[in-house]
Design a protein around this ligand. Sequence first.
Ligand code: 13P
Ligand code: SF4
Length: 358
Amino acid sequence: MSERQAGNAVRLQVAREDAFSTDETLHSGEREFLMRRIRQSLRTQDAVLVAHYYTAPDIQRLADETGGIVSDSLEMARFGYEHPASTVVVAGVRFMGETAKILSPEKRVIMPTLEATCSLDLGCPADEFAAFCDQHPDRTVVVYANTSAAVKARADWVVTSSIAVDVIRHLHARGEKILWAPDKHLGDYVRRESGADVLLWDGACIVHEEFKAVELEQMRARNPQARVLVHPESPAGVIEQADVVGSTSQLLRAVTELDADTFIVATDSGLFHKMREAAPGRTFLEAPTAGRSATCNSCAHCPWMAMNGLRNLDTALQSGADEIHVDEAVARRAMVSLGRMLDFGRTRRKEVVGAGDA
Ligand code: 13P
Ligand code: SF4
């Protein structure tokens, strides 16, 4: 293990221990009070709630009820950018709030907590990443959205899991060699899918990396009719067993498209809320991890996503404290790579709609 990897491992362990789960216990009166006050604040402050699928069901309900959105990270970025509200409230992790701010610098962007980070972001410090890029000037730099604004500013392209393979295929077809960061599992997956020359940064998602291939085989043997849905941040041995590999939105769509009663799902269990809504009566099983312990060191739930709760969402709206700020020069540069992602996504959506119309 290199010095950098060892440093990252320690940093991640400390961050994980610092993250606190809010999976709040609220008595019903308090819950109703907070939900009502949040709805009202969103209305009076011209604010829209943009939530990720991994957040608590109550937050997802609020986003749906108030004209916001619950979605994957690409759609969160697009929705916040295109929505006319002057305040965007991002329930998710910090890179999602930063992305919203970079895309809409004129808007106020607040989050329930600015402490909610991501192991991929933490494992890719901007200065070390810039040095890595400088060593490989012949490569097109593609970074996953789960990175800081400064890392995005150093990149040629930003991608999310829903368009990563398509973007890399597109660049490969143009003869470009890729430098990919930070998720090595997703990077390895896009390399295999596209056949491109992809040099990987050594980062991982601490949630998805915990899914276990051997135990998954055993679970499939016990549930032979089940279909397996896997987020591509998971290790290769888990991805290989998937019926569908995709972003959170793509996995959600799969439960309505596949003819199955049982699904084994290798992603954060927060997505089960929408999966149950979309396909009621089906059974959803968490893909196996090393197990739930007191510190939840290996369970299918992101400790940083779990930091979003009704209490801190309400406080953020009342006080306006947890506002995202991004250095203007950094944001201007990051806008270039993020803009390419949005343009690419827009063109692809038109192609899909066009093909559907044909
Ligand atoms: P999606 O873009 O698929 O929602 O992924 C975001 C993420 O952080 C997954 O862990
Ligand atoms: Fe980051 Fe993993 Fe949490 Fe997604 S699930 S926000 S990749 S740590």
